[in-house]
Design a protein around this ligand. Sequence first.
Ligand code: ZN
Ligand code: ZN
Length: 354
Amino acid sequence: MIAAVLEAPKKLALQEIETPECPEGGLLLRMKACSICSTDLKMLNHGQKDLVYPRILGHEISGVIAESRAEASGLQEGERVQISPGIACGSCISCRRGADNQCENIQIIGFNRDGGFAEYIQVPKESVRNGGINLIPDGLSFEYAALAEPLACCLNGQQLSRVGEGDVVLIFGAGPAGCLHAMLARSRGASAVIMAEPLERRVSLARVSRPDVVIDPGEEDVRERIMEFTDGWGVDAMMLASRDVAVDEALLSLLAPRGRICLFSGLPEDQAYPNLNFNTVHYRENLITGSYGCTYVQNKEAIELIASGSLDVSRLITKRVSLEEIEEGMEHAEKREGLKAVVTDKSGGDGLGR
Ligand SMILES: [Zn+2]
Ligand SMILES: [Zn+2]
């Protein structure tokens, strides 16, 4: 089969490699769509903590079951599925608590196991057993189904920071994750969605998620705009979907009483040790949480949200490339000229590659 193999940082090569076998108790999937994530870019350019080389990247996966050795699960050849990329053990404390993305034995497809930028992909028995396989509802395309994983990551962030009814939500970064956050916050009942984005072309792209206000932090005083918009209340929840946000006093000061901050993106190392007055956190009962990845249940919920139409992801995809054109897709993501790039079956063949 053809696969895009990352051999070392910045060395992505299309290779003809052996088609993997269907693992015992698992599935062999014919890839149909795999969207490109900013984490893929990070891994391509710099590596990542869970990445092992050489590696086929791609963790936003949908396809058709080409072979099933998971008969007991009822999953059959020909079924359309989306895959939750985490492979959790199912028995550690985090797993038993439903926080399987924090599993102490976790492996992740596209990080330390081969991912979806290939014609075929192995899905192990653990994924089947733990509920990592989601049937794609009729009428939902493979491309939109692939977006369930990034949406599930946003869902994790918003659940941890308790975004809900009546909240004023501020999202830093109007890239694909920021836009998904905006749509999701709206569907969870947020009363207002504010986005902060310095890149002009992304400000116009951000309109796909219909924010109430878009602030350019390079040009405008963010605090002034927020306080003006919220009559001095501040924001109830803040999603940091950009690495370029300083976590500091000025940021904390945007929070309303009981306001929450979600560190959705990892911070650059030199920004990771902020100097904060935790008495502000104490008196105003603020909450600072991280979020990383998503759980099996959140994947399921995300695909249902997309299928229900309560979130319109159609305008989120701004580039479609074939597997052979993957570099173009990576470039699209890298240049931040659009939103989401998807490696997909452009020619209407039977899947990625040919
Ligand atoms: Zn991702
Ligand atoms: Zn576990």
